[in-house]
Design a binder for this molecule. Structure first.
Ligand code: FES
Length: 90
């Protein structure tokens, strides 16, 4: 699967099934905002521009239900289900 990360420029990373976006970005040398890596702080929040991802775990308290409904996700918990485009939110 291919993930496009849009911030001040677009970066493309490859993600295998059941991997989260943040850990793969870090492994591939791409800096993303984060603090806890466990879904609590919300600092890795991104907007899903296209594609689908697995439902976030209930423990992901760094994002509200309304934000999820609006297409936001947490990169540290986001497991793509196919090609995905994410807009990093500062
Ligand atoms: S890094 Fe804290 S919620 Fe993702």
């Amino acid at each position: 699967m291919t993930i496009n990360l849009i911030s001040n420029q677009t970066k493309t990373i490859s993600v295998a099934e059941n991997q989260n976006v943040l850990s793969i970005a870090q492994q591939q040398g791409i800096n993303m905002s984060y603090a806890c890596s466990t879904g609590y702080c919300g600092s890795c929040k991104c907007k899903m521009v296209s594609g689908k991802a697995a439902e976030l775990p209930i423990s992901a308290s760094g994002i509200s239900h309304d934000e999820i409904e609006q297409g936001y996700t947490l990169a540290c918990q986001c497991k793509p289900l196919g090609d995905l485009t994410l807009l990093e939110v500062d």
